[in-house]
Design a protein around this ligand. Sequence first.
Ligand code: AMP
Ligand code: TRP
Length: 336
Amino acid sequence: MKRVLSGIQPTADSFHLGNYLGAIRQWVDLQNSHDAFFAIVDLHSLTVETDPKLMQERTLKSFAQLLAFGLDPNKCTLFLQSHIHQHNQLAWIMECLAGFGEASRMVQFKDKSLKAGDARTNVGLFTYPLLQAADIMLYQADLVPVGEDQRQHIELTRNLGQRFNSRYGETFVIPEPLILKSGAKINDLQEPKAKMSKSASSPSGLIDILDQPEINAKKIKSTVTDTGREVTFDEINKPGISNLLTIYTSLTAKSISDAEAEFDGKGYGDFKSAVATVVADYFSPIRVKTNELIANPGELCEIIEFGAKKAEQVAEQTLRKVYKQLGLLPRSLDEI
Ligand code: AMP
Ligand code: TRP
């Protein structure tokens, strides 16, 4: 079985529809066909200033949601990045391997540092992709399921892995990106040419999965109104309706043409109501399950610890090999 690894930050009270349809739903499928490792990458979220109480709450909520979505700790290894200290240890090795210019070319760093300004850009934001490279190579992942925006980070990871292997001998599996299907890209309800995003979208453009169904129904019904009356998929002229069609068909497994036929002659209002109902029906049980899990933090922590134990074994094995290849002297001569 090929090994996959991916990560998501615990930076919101709820995952949004884009996170689910663009990433997490694929993770749930991958756990059945792959040796899968999924991490809540809490260390990565320290690149922006965080509130400790919120950090803890959001980490637990993120785990609860992933479990409610269907990730099964017996089918995959689900763990918290900061529980495995080997991530930071390997990240240092990656930092020493990466060129300054190479890291400076990362588009995400350029965008985020430009937005934050010099005074609020920390060094962690710069080394973020190197911690990500460590996340991936520590587990010798063959495949990394991510959105298109992460392609450059995976390319950097590959370059660093190849560089290490050629300098110090075969050590790392060189991972391939598994870029998730473009069909699952979900846009902002109010600005349907921009991606739905917890940092960029206004609250009315974003569907938070843990929100009450009435709140989400209201947002869906207030989706920006395109010109015309027909429910047809046309991203250029009808970006709002097209986005809703993507959501509708993704959650019902209907084809776009079936959905178009279903709403033939019915107009936008009926269609928006139908999308609202589908979203409510799909996510209500997930919301209930998430709340049940959060209500029992003891059990949740046991699941998280179970994942840490599984992840740690693999991580330690890789790190030992890396230290050995680098010639770092072991504590005991028996290990030489
Ligand atoms: P982020 O919240 O941007 O850190 O993204 C977490 C994961 O969700 C990544 O794998 C993204 O590619 C995916 N994702 C985020 N926003 C969207 C979106 N609007 N449509 C599809 N996938 C998304
Ligand atoms: N940088 C990724 C994102 O923003 C999150 C991430 C951290 C990740 N470590 C990873 C993704 C390792 C895949 C593999 O979405």
